[in-house]
Design a protein around this ligand. Structure first.
Ligand code: CAA
Length: 288
């Protein structure tokens, strides 16, 4: 099935939304990137300039390609400017109430055959779809991975009401964006975080129990399992608050206490040591 998408609307110009916008534009699609905060849009545009220029330096693409991709992205501060989009991909804060509020508004704007997609990493697609009423069959999860331009996967999450046609269009669109799309059903954590987060959580228990020092835990997992980063470095990269939050979502959603976050993970979050974004998590990045 053809995806039938010419214009991609992205809501949220943070790391994920910005990455999705860049990848779509580089795939030749027109992009409207919306963020209500002008500052965030400016940061997103600056990151696009930097990453596109770096790709030219490395010979990954030409200056003309970079300019064309940048020219295909419109940065907008008014939600109404998304109206011509054929798909809206939402990548805002992982908070169910805020997401539902935003989706209730978007649902009223997109009453045709547009696809409504959330980049949530853990919130139930079936629950978010309740915010768009009759459009639940056009609602789907498109879970991208950080850094979006590098990571090949899009985990495509089918909610209870998601139609076959919506899934087929999103699979086609993801591959047109140069990604490998893999479908999964809507259970807490989907597939990726259901398996990744318990591993990360276990790394915190291993550290807490003094089995090994953090750097050694990471070295063992990097070299022994051929992972690009050890689990504790990856936790810092993702954000310790996000890891703890996803564990809680799984503990509640799967109704099983084995998914509760490790006390040491929670303690670091309480201390404000959230990882790369605060300069310190498991490891210290303040000198970088
Ligand atoms: N944006 C765009 N490109 C980036 C980038 C960024 N933020 N960071 C790195 N890159 C690119 C570099 O330009 C480089 O490209 P080339 O090879 O074409 O030159 C390539 O990635 C490798 O970068 P580096 O050499 O600087 O560094 P590295 O080899 O250490 O790789 C990494 C960095 C790609 C982040 C790698 O360590 C990695 O793959 N780590 C694991 C990442 C991961 O697991 N992500 C998923 C997190 S879970 C998630 O996102 C979902 C969730 O629900 C929580």
């Amino acid at each position: 099935m053809s995806h039938n998408v010419k214009v991609v609307g992205v809501v949220g110009a943070g790391q994920m939304g910005g990455g999705i916008a860049q990848v779509a534009a580089q795939a030749g699609l027109d992009v409207v990137l919306f963020d209500a905060q002008g500052e965030q849009l400016k940061k997103g545009a600056a990151l696009h300039d930097k990453l596109l220029a770096r790709g030219v330096e490395k010979g990954k693409w030409t200056q003309a390609d970079a300019d064309a991709a940048k020219g295909r992205i419109r940065y907008v501060e008014k939600v109404g400017e998304l109206s011509g989009a054929d798909i809206v991909i939402e990548a805002i804060v992982e908070n169910v109430e805020i997401k539902k509020r935003v989706w209730a508004e978007l649902g009223k704007m997109f009453t045709g055959d547009q696809i409504l997609a959330s980049n949530t990493s853990s919130i139930s697609i079936t629950e978010l779809a309740t915010a768009v009423g009759d459009a639940a069959d056009r609602f789907i999860g498109m879970h991208f991975f950080n850094p979006v331009p590098v990571m090949k996967l899009v985990e495509v999450i089918r909610g209870l009401a998601t139609s076959e046609a919506t899934t087929a269009r999103v699979l086609a669109l993801s591959s047109a964006m140069g990604k490998v799309a893999v479908p999964a059903n809507d259970r807490a954590g989907f597939v990726s975080n259901r398996i990744l987060m318990p591993m990360i959580n276990e790394a915190f228990y291993t550290w807490m129990e003094g089995v090994a020092e953090p750097a050694d835990i990471d070295e063992i997992m990097k070299l022994g399992m051929a992972h690009p980063m050890g689990p504790l470095r990856l936790a810092d990269f993702i954000g310790l608050d996000t890891c703890a939050h996803i564990m809680e979502v799984m503990a509640d959603g799967l109704n099983d206490d084995r998914y509760r976050p490790c006390p040491l993970l929670k303690q670091l979050v309480t201390a404000g040591r959230l990882g790369d974004k605060t300069g310190r998590g498991v490891f210290d990045y303040s000198q970088k």
